[in-house]
Design a protein around this ligand. Structure first.
Ligand code: BGC
Length: 353
């Protein structure tokens, strides 16, 4: 319906960063940067028609450059962790940048969240922002020139759809996601414990203390990880279960029942009783990392309007392949090969109850 472009800030090397605000006919809007393809603001109506910003983020570019929380950003080449930043592919050993204890996390030092993307807009009933980069052979240690397009679309049905399309000239692990932090009561409304969550997953991946999956796919039955029937996030978040203790809450990969699908289907649903807002997550990806914001403690980078970071006040539902899947037998295939096309879509669709 409308797209507004505005200068957001200037990087240390002089490159300009722009924000693009897409709005649909219902008044829902999303503000996205060409830096990291970062979602800065997402205004969604409650059951009384009042709009609130439901995503975490900062007021200025310096915070997006300096902070380490990946607020709202596109993640790649590999979402989540690769054990010790090492893998072997087609007989060749690769070493990646280490940025999380002794692991590689979210694409490394200058992952896709730190890139300035080429942007193109297409206005209409469903406004679109199309972002493009080429990640060169050797980028952060990964093989192959990767050509990547991410298309954000704001639909007439109040969906924010994100399509990831990529090709490569050498085989490479690839696991793209978006790292937006949500709280349906508003980003500054406090704890996420009262939100109700459904995840269509019958197994999850236990991890070691470095948050690397152990290799086991464990049934959610009888564990704090069973969200097949909607459950308040706070119900089991302080459980004595070892997997919860190791992560300080939820920070786990949930494997969707039946695996990836040809077309996006509803896999998660988040509901806030107070505001009536519902967020349904449609995807054709095989898994989701449910991260309950356990590390939101960085006092140096307050959120928009000076609101301080607080643990478990925002959560991520990062649709993805399995973490460390490049090193683990029996995990989802995360390799994109020459001649293949990577093509996944995730939509966060909003409604009220
Ligand atoms: C990971 C967390 C990590 C966070 C921010 C999430 O995707 O699962 O362990 O702390 O990203 O980097």
């Amino acid at each position: 319906m409308s797209i507004k472009k505005k200068l957001f800030g200037v990087l240390a090397d002089g490159r300009e960063v722009y924000s693009y605000t897409l709005k649909n006919a219902n008044g829902m809007s999303v503000k996205i940067l060409n830096y990291g393809g970062t979602i800065v603001k997402l205004k969604v109506a409650d059951r009384n028609g009042c709009f609130t910003d439901v995503v975490g983020g900062y007021d200025c570019l310096d915070s997006y450059v300096g902070a380490d929380g990946y607020q709202g950003a596109l993640i790649g080449r590999f979402g989540n962790r690769i054990n010790k930043g090492k893998f072997t592919l087609e007989g060749v050993d690769y070493t990646l940048f280490i940025n999380n204890n002794d692991n590689h996390l979210h694409g490394g030092e200058f992952g896709f969240d730190k890139k300035l993307w080429d942007a193109e807009t297409f206005d209409g009933d469903e406004p679109v922002l199309k972002l493009h980069i080429v990640s060169p052979d050797g980028d952060e240690g990964y093989p192959g020139n990767l050509d990547l397009t991410v298309t954000y679309k704001l639909t007439s049905e109040n969906g924010l759809s994100i399509r990831y399309e990529a090709t490569t000239d050498k085989s490479t692990p690839l696991n793209l996601t978006n790292h937006t932090y949500f709280n349906l009561g508003g980003y500054a409304s406090g704890s996420i414990h009262s939100l109700e969550l459904m995840i269509d997953a019958d197994t999850y991946l236990p991890t070691d203390e470095r948050l690397i999956p152990t290799g086991e796919m464990r049934s959610v039955s009888g564990t704090p990880f069973d969200f097949r029937t909607p459950k308040k996030i706070g119900t089991d978040i302080n459980s004595e279960c070892l997997d919860i203790k190791l992560a300080g809450g939820y920070d786990h990969c949930f494997n969707f029942t039946g695996g990836k699908t040809a077309e996006p289907i509803k896999r998660c649903e988040l509901y806030d009783e107070k505001s009536g807002r519902v967020m349904s997550v449609y995807t054709n990806q095989p898994c989701v990392q449910f991260y309950s914001g356990n590390f939101l403690t960085n006092e140096k980078y307050p959120f928009k309007g000076g609101y301080p970071q607080r643990v478990q006040t925002l959560l991520c539902l990062e649709t993805q392949h399995m973490p460390d899947s490049i090193n683990q037998d029996g995990f989802t295939d995360c390799v994109l090969r020459p001649g293949e096309k990577y093509d996944f879509t995730t939509e966060y669709r909003f409604s009220v109850k």
